[in-house]
Design a protein around this ligand. Structure first.
Ligand code: ACM
Length: 270
C-alpha cells in the first residue's frame, strides 16, 4: 500500500513566495508517498498578457523546483504540481512559456510534462506542449501526468494507460461545473487506473476577467469509485492508502479484459 493525496488550495495570483510557503507548510504536516497539487499553483492562473506569463514563469529546473526538491528529498516523497515554465531561446522574441507539470521525488526532479491541450485564453499566452505522454516508474508505482483540460481527450489518458500507468496525477484549475469530476471518473473506469485530480478552489478577478474554480478534487479507483473528495469551495488536504497494482488488472468481467478486448484495427478511418 502507498499513501497518495491531493492538496486543494487557493493560490494567490503573482505571489510565488506566498504560494510556495503555503505548499511547504502543508507538506511539513503530512506523511505521503505521492502528493498532487493544482495547475499553475505557483503563480495563479488568470494571466492577462503574454508578458505577465513571461515575468512569472520560471525555467525548469529553476528556483521553484529547487525549493521543492529540498522538501521531497527530506520528506522522501513524490510531488506533482502545475507551474508556468519559461524556455529561453537566444533572443527574447523566441521566448516560449508552457503550462507544465513537474514530477519531483526523493532524488530530485524526475520529469516535466507540457500541457498539450490548451484551454481558452491559455492559447494566447502559452505554447502548445511538445512532450509526449509518458509513464514514470517511481519504484512504488507507475505514474503519468496530465494537466487539466487534457482530460477531455481520451487518447491522452489511453496513451498513458497503454504504457502501464497505474496512477494519473492531474493538476487542474477546472472551471466547467462538474464536468472534470465526471470525465476523470469515466477515464479512470475505462482504463482501470487510479486518478488523483488536484483542483483549486476560489475566484480570480483580474483586468475585467473573472474565473471561478470548482474545487471538488478527488481520488478515483480503477472501478470508478470515489475514494476521496474535497468540498467545492474550501481548502482540503486528503491522503489515502491505495494499492497501485490493482490498476494492472484490466478485467471488468471474468471474460472482458479492457485492453485485450480492444480492436485498434477498426479504430482507424478507412
Ligand atoms: C483548464 O484546462 N484549466 C480548464
Amino acid at each position: 500500500m502507498i499513501r497518495v493525496g491531493f492538496y486543494q488550495f487557493c493560490p494567490t495570483f503573482g505571489d510565488v513566495r506566498a504560494n510556495l510557503h503555503k505548499i511547504a507548510e502543508a507538506i511539513e504536516k503530512i506523511r505521503a508517498d505521492i502528493l498532487v497539487l493544482p495547475e499553475l499553483c505557483i503563480t495563479g492562473y488568470l494571466f492577462t498578457s503574454h508578458d505577465e506569463v513571461a515575468e512569472l514563469a520560471e525555467p525548469i529546473p529553476g528556483p521553484t523546483t529547487l525549493f521543492l526538491e529540498n522538501l521531497t528529498r527530506r520528506k522522501h516523497m513524490w510531488l506533482v504540481l502545475g507551474m508556468a515554465e519559461r524556455v529561453e531561446a537566444n533572443d527574447r522574441s523566441s521566448l516560449r512559456c508552457y503550462n507544465s507539470a513537474v514530477l519531483i521525488g526523493p532524488d530530485g526532479l524526475k520529469g516535466v510534462y507540457r500541457k498539450a491541450h490548451l484551454f481558452l485564453e491559455e492559447k494566447l499566452y502559452f505554447a502548445r506542449g511538445d512532450t509526449p505522454f509518458r509513464v514514470y516508474d517511481l519504484g512504488i508505482a507507475r505514474a503519468g501526468m496530465l494537466v487539466c483540460f487534457d482530460h477531455f481527450f481520451p487518447e491522452a489518458t489511453r496513451a498513458l494507460a497503454l504504457q502501464g500507468t497505474q496512477i494519473i496525477c492531474h493538476p487542474s484549475n477546472l472551471v466547467l461545473a462538474g464536468k472534470g469530476q465526471q470525465i476523470t471518473r469515466v477515464r479512470a473506469m475505462e482504463n482501470r487506473i487510479f486518478w488523483v485530480l488536484a483542483n483549486r478552489y476560489g475566484t480570480e478577478e483580474r483586468n475585467g476577467k473573472k474565473l471561478t474554480y470548482t474545487g471538488a478534487s478527488q481520488i478515483i479507483a480503477p472501478d470508478g469509485e470515489i475514494l476521496a473528495q474535497a468540498p467545492p469551495n474550501e481548502e482540503s488536504l486528503q491522503i489515502i492508502e491505495i494499492s497501485p497494482s490493482a490498476a494492472d488488472d484490466k478485467h471488468v468481467t471474468a471474460m472482458n479484459d479492457l485492453f485485450q478486448d480492444r480492436r485498434p484495427e477498426l479504430y482507424k478511418a478507412p
